[in-house]
Design a protein around this ligand. Structure first.
Ligand code: HEM
Length: 502
């Protein structure tokens, strides 16, 4: 194949390589000199251009559709060899290529950036043992702990099925009847609910993972990213103005910073727990609505991420990227958090639907390390050589294949002996303990007023009975908080009635 010479002015062709004189022309049967003519099926250029256009969108992600993305580099800054032998985490100074995508959750691809919402944080490390992926959030806890509730929870944050607009009644209806989310709600309506920029957010694994070594040792960890430039947030009024004036404010900010060489950096930490300490831990480590107390489990630094290159084409590099918490290299493993287990199925499943069965062959997803996976063959968009004539069935005698021992599930780790049962968690007083501690911190920072300003406008328009239930839920966190909210809502309603002339 003749390649177009790099740097030289390209010669226009069809996608099949055939040169065409004029990309703005259409073949037509014309009569006279003026406009008007008949199209012909033989106009390959017109047909291919229009047919391709009609197919150029892929389905949006059903959540986390709006995002910015960039390429970067992860560097090991500490000796982590006692924790894990994951290669990309070992050897001070070792560098690994990274792809990063930072998203909002509820809004569509074209929605505004500066809304009160969770920020998603997806990282792919292109390691020599294949892709390691972190699919994290900027809140340390999650809204639910029964994975079956995930679609319901997200729908309640999205558009009403009849009116097709986001609906505070739905939002609060879901949360007052699924109160395990109170801890995440306290964070969402706290100061950090709207970041000033994507360069100033932190990110959390939310779930417990394991770090392990070939000698069979393992530890439980929670991952944390901290922005080296510090956390910065927006007040609700500024965020609202920007959402209208500059709906892509965060996307532009990240792109422009990287473009001018002002590369954002984050430090990666873990909180570590020994398996023997799990049974006496103050929290249920397999429940993603709890954080681990930092005093008892301090942050331990591992390395640093730098985002230093913008995508050369957003669609190719970021829209076609697909991340999954199931992508783990030797030395890192999941835990028995049932939400994490469900997610390990859901993301590759979403990618197969959104991008096709061969999504791992696309440029942003393709590992840089050698791949030999001959039992996944064919399918649309096969571009990896398809393993030529190699056997496509296991245990063939025609080709020798080497196998490596891995230890994502170290020996002695979580031996389960239980009975199959249908199970849904219950909300108990324990679910309000950490939110109460958070409220004490908010009060300590004299940010109660701001918290109320963030919550109250979402409660004022909703049905009165539902509003009372929401206030009662916050009163379970703290009686004083309940009273403050009740009073602020009463004033808000009176003001709204006055404005409406009721
Ligand atoms: C049962 C729980 C959950 C399920 C079933 C679920 C499912 C999904 C699905 C289907 C997507 C769209 C993926 C795509 O189309 O490529 C997604 C995106 C995402 N989710 Fe979840 N999710 C869950 C919980 C969580 C949690 C707890 C976190 C954070 C700790 C999280 C972080 C993200 C992020 C960051 C993305 C965007 C990934 C990207 O940039 O491509 N999700 N989730």
């Amino acid at each position: 194949m003749m390649e177009q010479k790099e740097g030289a002015d390209p010669t226009y062709t069809l996608a099949g390589g055939q040169p065409v004189e004029d990309p703005s022309s259409a073949l037509q049967i014309r009569a006279g000199q003026g406009n008007g003519g008949l199209s012909v099926l033989a106009d390959t250029q017109l047909i291919e251009t229009l047919a391709h256009f009609a197919r150029e969108r892929i389905p949006e992600r059903s959540v986390h559709a709006k995002a910015a993305g960039a390429w970067g580099e992860f560097e090991v800054t500490h000796d982590n060899s006692d924790l894990t032998d994951a290669k990309f985490l070992n050897g001070i100074g070792k560098k690994t290529k990274v792809l990063q995508r930072i998203s909002t959750v509820a809004g569509e691809k074209g929605s505004s950036d500066t809304v009160r919402d969770v920020r998603g944080w997806a990282t792919r490390f292109f390691t020599e043992d294949g892709n390691q992926e972190f699919v994290f959030n900027d809140l340390p806890v999650f809204f639910i702990r029964d994975p079956i509730k995930f679609p319901s929870m997200n729908r309640s944050h999205k558009r009403h099925p009849q009116t097709n607009v986001p609906d505070q009644n739905m939002f609060w209806d879901f949360h007052v009847h699924n109160q395990e989310g109170i801890h995440a709600l306290m964070h969402l309506f706290g100061q950090r609910g709207i970041p000033a920029s994507l360069r100033h957010i932190n990110a959390f694994s939310v779930h417990t993972y394991t770090l392990s070594k070939a000698d069979g040792s393992y530890r439980y960890v929670k991952w944390h990213w901290e922005p080296d430039a510090g956390i910065e947030t927006l007040d609700a009024a500024t965020a609202l103005r920007l959402a209208g004036e500059e709906p892509d404010y965060h996307v532009k900010d990240l792109y422009n910073a990287i473009e001018k060489g002002d590369y954002p950096t984050w430090t990666l930490y873990v909180q570590v727990m020994e398996p023997k300490d799990v049974k006496d831990a103050l929290v249920d480590i397999f429940d993603n609505t709890f954080t681990w107390p930092h005093k008892k489990y301090p942050l331990r630094p591992l390395g640093r991420l730098t985002l230093n290159k913008n995508p050369s084409n957003y669609f190719q590099d970021i829209e076609q990227a697909a991340f999954s918490p199931s992508a783990m290299v030797p030395g890192i493993g999941p835990s028995a958090d049932i939400v994490l287990q469900a997610r390990m199925f859901s993301y590759p499943d979403a990618a197969r639907y959104r991008l096709g069965a061969n999504y791992q062959q696309l440029p942003p997803n393709k590992p840089l390390s050698p791949i030999y996976s001959p039992y996944q063959r064919d399918g649309p968009g096969t571009i990896n050589g398809n393993y030529g004539g190699d056997p496509d069935y296991v245990r063939s005698g025609f080709r020798t294949i080497n196998f490596r021992q891995t230890h994502c599930y170290p020996e002695g780790h979580e031996v389960w002996n239980g009975k199959m049962q249908s199970y849904a968690t219950e909300v108990t007083e324990r679910d309000f303990e950490q939110p109460r501690e958070l409220w004490e911190i908010i009060k300590g920072e004299r940010a109660e007023g701001q918290f109320l300003e963030n919550v109250v406008p979402t409660l004022v328009p909703i049905e009165e009975g539902l509003c009372d239930k929401a206030v009662a839920m916050f009163a379970r966190v703290d009686k004083g908080l309940g009273e403050l909210l009740a009073e602020a809502v009463r004033k808000g309603r009176a003001k709204a009635a006055c404005v409406c002339g009721k």
